[in-house]
Design a protein around this ligand. Structure first.
Ligand SMILES: [Ca+2]
Ligand SMILES: [Ca+2]
Length: 368
């Protein structure tokens, strides 16, 4: 088999806008309808203070289409179709200004591009310069950009990256020394095949200075796809570990690893805090696919698919990681409709559902 398949790019598709049935009736008092989202086909939302400390803005990931590729092995007549999502980031003003568009990125090619010869565009959000406001960081190949948002202007800062092909990134103060790090997931190929590892860097002027050594991920079954879920607070682990996801192509429990600072410039990768087994257990609930992580007090809350052993299928749920087990959290009655995209917003939660933003000032679940 050749190292690189022949790549044919067929067509740039356009995602169909989601039909808008209008705001559903609200049964419950604590849920506030904040306004309409001006962006179609949103796949993720992140809220925080990007522009000033007065109000939170919302960063929406807009899926704009797909690049359809055909991978043809040189020694084979068959062609394997690959769809690479294309998206852009859209920064929306907060609800006081009606969620209007403030900025949008260029078109970004998703990390699925790694399967082709296209170089993916990687992005993350974090307070990389420790000024208490969030930045957007984008990476393509060996160069990165930081977007600093002001009230009337946007400043861009470029930086260089040495190492393998970056396939995901997370910004977090992993060792809690008040200087944020950029954690990179890198992909490379050597004589024994494709490898993935995690590397930490600190942005100094226009260069990402390496901190510690690259930590290689354990070899897993073929087809597993690694990504970074962001940082989390975990009992018994110092600092703010970055969580690595290993996702299988079919629906089954995913592998999760904590990447944490073990003192100085030493970093460790471990799967210990996360329950995992190959086969579904009757008594356990295991996470499948990508989770959204939230730190609620000293407990890690995750929102995503959990595979229950005693039931069929999987459901989108909130679960708490406690004492080495995932415990699914029962939703409050007024939050039964939570099915959409969700993120932390102010002191509560923001949901995007049917193109409308809803605010939940309280936790949408019961702790017990
Ligand atoms: Ca900042
Ligand atoms: Ca740090």
């Amino acid at each position: 088999m050749s190292e690189f398949p022949l790549l044919l790019i067929l067509v740039l598709g356009t995602a169909q806008p989601v039909a808008d049935p209008g705001p559903p009736s609200l049964q419950a008092e604590p849920v506030l309808l904040l306004g309409r989202c001006p962006v179609d086909s949103v796949t993720k939302i992140v809220a925080g203070r990007f522009i000033s400390s007065d109000e939170e803005q919302v960063l929406a990931v807009e899926r704009t289409g797909d690049i359809k590729c055909l991978l043809t092995e040189v020694d084979s007549q068959s062609a394997m179709p690959v769809r690479v999502p294309v998206c852009r980031l859209v920064l929306l003003a907060g609800p006081k200004k009606g969620f209007q568009r403030l900025w949008q990125s260029e078109m970004l090619i998703g990390p699925e591009a790694v399967a082709t010869k296209l170089v993916p565009d990687i992005w993350t959000v974090g307070d990389i310069d420790a000024d208490s406001l969030l930045e957007v960081i984008t990476i393509k190949g060996n160069s990165g950009r930081v977007f600093h948002f002001g009230r009337d202007s946007i400043a861009q800062q470029s930086f260089a990256i040495a190492g393998g092909l970056v396939i995901d990134a997370a910004c977090a103060d992993i060792d809690l020394d008040a200087f944020p790090e950029l954690v990179l997931l890198e992909h490379w190929t050597d004589s024994s095949g494709a490898k993935v590892g995690v590397r930490v860097g600190q942005l100094m002027n226009n260069e990402l200075r390496a901190k510690g050594r690259l930590v290689e991920l354990p070899g897993c079954e073929p087809g597993i796809k690694f990504s970074l879920l962001g940082s989390a607070r975990l009992e018994d682990y110092p600092g703010a570990p970055v969580i690595v996801l290993g996702e299988y192509p079919s629906l089954r429990p995913s592998r999760y690893y904590a990447f944490y600072n073990a003192g100085g410039d030493s970093f460790v990768l471990t799967g210990t805090p996360f329950p995992w087994q190959e086969w579904f257990s009757r008594d356990e609930v295991l996470a499948a696919g990508g989770l959204q992580l939230f730190n609620a007090g000293d407990t890690l809350i995750a929102y995503g698919y959990f595979v229950p052993g005693a039931q069929t299928g999987a459901a989108v749920s909130f679960a708490a990681l406690q004492d080495g087990e995932w415990r699914v959290l029962r939703l409050r009655q007024w939050a039964q409709k939570v099915v959409g995209l969700i993120c932390r917003f102010q002191s509560g939660w923001l949901e995007l559902r049917n193109r409308h933003f809803y605010f939940y000032p309280e936790e949408p679940f019961y702790w017990r």
